[in-house]
Design a protein around this ligand. Structure first.
Ligand SMILES: Cc1cc2nc3c(=O)[nH]c(=O)nc-3n(C[C@H](O)[C@H](O)[C@H](O)COP(=O)(O)OP(=O)(O)OC[C@H]3O[C@@H](n4cnc5c(N)ncnc54)[C@H](O)[C@@H]3O)c2cc1C
Length: 487
């Protein structure tokens, strides 16, 4: 029997796509046989995926497997410590080279650095590539040569970079590795929740590269033009909803960057497109922060907040998680999250502000809940955004700026489209009272079929006194930070 040529291992991680996948393109250009691998890592210090992200991963792996199969390649799925699993595959196949795209969380960087050393020393060719970001964190520097701490100069610098290369197309020719290799089935990874929690996810999401490309196309052909005006209105489809696709690398930020510019060049929508790209830049900024602050999800970026007197009311936390706070816009957001694994950005800000300011609960509790329930739960954006809202983050909203959930609802969901769709028990309430049902006359509540405290909760905290308590807590933190001043 003829000897089978040694393959290149293409190790897929958070880059579940064929287009603009530099590691795959590199492998294809060598002309050697390719063995695509996904490892469910068990030795890692990386934070385990939450339930919603696991659901996404399950479906995304199916999509990747099918796409690879349509190109003649069989995805090899293994579970175990990455180093040993790769060593086994090398021994089984005679592979002489491994390629992957980089990750940026501290545990991922540490693991990859060790693996690169280990396999290079063993004589293999090991190459890693940039695929998850527009610019590597270490390639973005302030004028004085340090990392950025403020978004506006970061964006100003990024928006004029002319070295964001065009994306690679999916490789034309992929040579399969012509020998059978043992693989687990995707089902063996037990990624889908046992309960029926995620049932509605598939009503709104199509995980996988094709779903991602379709979503970008649909966004660029319609909503992008009105993005600046409509992006803050949760009752409308004004944003791209690309976040979970980006999280799992089913589409690259470079594709979004270049396709958005091409689709909106010299059109009235160019300004709106620029606002959209500045949001992509927030994602980059979050990764920049994570790279330079590996503990971003657990440690206050601003150490002053170490002295913040967080409370720990378990009942309040539960009411917030379940969308039972009695504040309709907050409850709508938390229920959207539970139902679809996603929440509109404006409402993420409102609900996060409510937890950290009205309920005085540590932002880390909220970050954890979002981590478990968001399909787009992202190590950089989730941590950076929670700290931003809490006031402890880089370039953060000042803690004393406290969102009023009633006014926020009235301003951004004026007709109550969003609230009515996620809090059905309030659906028949007139918009005049929808954002503050506890102020509605008894007859109005009656007519809308609402019994406060029974069909819908009364507010778990009073807005004005909660606001004052938050300001007092903030003041006490500041005093603790500068005892000399407070003396
Ligand atoms: C408390 C809180 C937690 C968050 N957690 C996450 C998270 O875990 N994962 C996540 O991807 N985003 C997170 N965000 C940011 C933002 O809410 C989502 O990226 C956005 O709602 C996704 O919807 P979209 O794709 O329609 O966004 P669009 O408005 O269409 O924006 C396009 C893309 O830009 C990026 N983006 C937009 N806004 C932000 C932002 N503020 N920070 C970082 N990137 C941004 C996302 O990748 C998004 O897909 C969080 C925001 C808050 C306030």
């Amino acid at each position: 029997m003829a000897k089978v040529a040694a393959p290149i291992l293409v190790w897929f991680r958070r880059d579940l796509r064929l287009a603009d996948n530099p590691a795959l393109t590199f492998a294809a250009e060598t002309g050697r046989p390719i063995l695509p691998v996904y490892i469910h890592e068990t030795d890692t210090n990386q934070r385990p995926d939450g339930g919603a992200a696991k659901w996404w991963l399950h479906h995304s792996l199916h999509a990747l497997k099918e796409t690879l199969a349509s190109r003649g390649l069989a995805l090899c799925l293994r579970r175990g410590p990455a180093g040993e699993t790769l060593s086994d595959l090398i021994a089984e196949t005679g592979a002489e080279s491994i390629v992957w795209n980089r990750r940026y969380d501290a545990a991922g960087i540490e693991a990859d650095t060790a693996l690169k050393t280990r396999f290079s020393e063993a004589g293999l060719i090991v190459r890693s590539f940039k695929a998850h970001l527009l610019v590597e964190p270490w390639d973005m520097k302030t004028k004085s040569g340090g990392p950025f701490r403020v978004f506006t100069p970061f964006w100003r610098t990024l928006s004029v970079r002319d070295d964001i290369a065009d994306p690679y197309p999916a490789p034309d020719a992929l040579t399969p590795f012509d020998a059978s290799v043992d693989s687990l089935a995707i089902e063996d990874l037990d990624l889908t929740p046992a309960r029926d929690w995620a049932d509605a996810f598939s009503d709104v999401w199509t995980p996988g590269e094709a779903g991602a490309t379709e979503r970008l196309g649909a966004f660029l052909s319609s909503a992008v033009a009105g993005y600046s005006d409509r992006r803050d209105l949760p009752g409308q489809s004004g944003t791209s909803r690309l976040s979970p696709h980006l999280r799992f690398g089913e589409i690259s930020p470079r594709m979004i960057w270049h396709e958005t510019r091409a689709a909106t060049r010299s059109k009235a929508s160019a300004a709106s497109a620029q606002t959209f790209l500045s949001e992509i830049a927030w994602r980059e900024f979050s990764y920049h922060l994570l790279y330079y602050n590996p503990d971003l999800a657990t440690k206050n970026y601003a150490a002053t907040f170490d002295a913040f007197p967080w409370g720990d009311d378990a009942g309040h936390l539960k009411a917030w998680q379940r969308g039972q706070t009695g504040y309709p816009i907050v409850d709508a957001g938390m229920r959207e999250l539970w139902r679809f694994g996603w929440m509109h950005n404006r409402v993420r800000m409102i609900t996060a502000s409510f937890l950290t300011k009205h309920l005085l609960i540590d932002w880390r509790r909220g970050e954890d809940w979002f981590w478990d329930t968001l399909v787009d739960a992202d190590p950089a954006s989730n941590a950076a955004s929670w700290q931003w809202v809490a006031g402890s983050g880089a370039d953060a909203a000042p803690y004393f700026r406290i969102f009023n959930p009633i006014l926020q609802g009235e301003k951004f969901d004026p007709e109550g489209l969003y609230i009515r769709s996620h809090v059905p028990e309030l659906a028949r309430l007139d918009r005049k009272w929808l954002h503050k049902p506890w102020e509605a006359p008894a007859a109005v509540l009656d007519a809308a079929g609402i019994r406060l405290g029974e069909t819908y909760p009364r507010p778990i905290v009073d807005h004005r006194s909660a606001r004052q308590a938050a300001l007092d807590a903030y003041q006490s933190m500041k005093s603790a930070d500068s005892p000399a001043l407070s003396a």
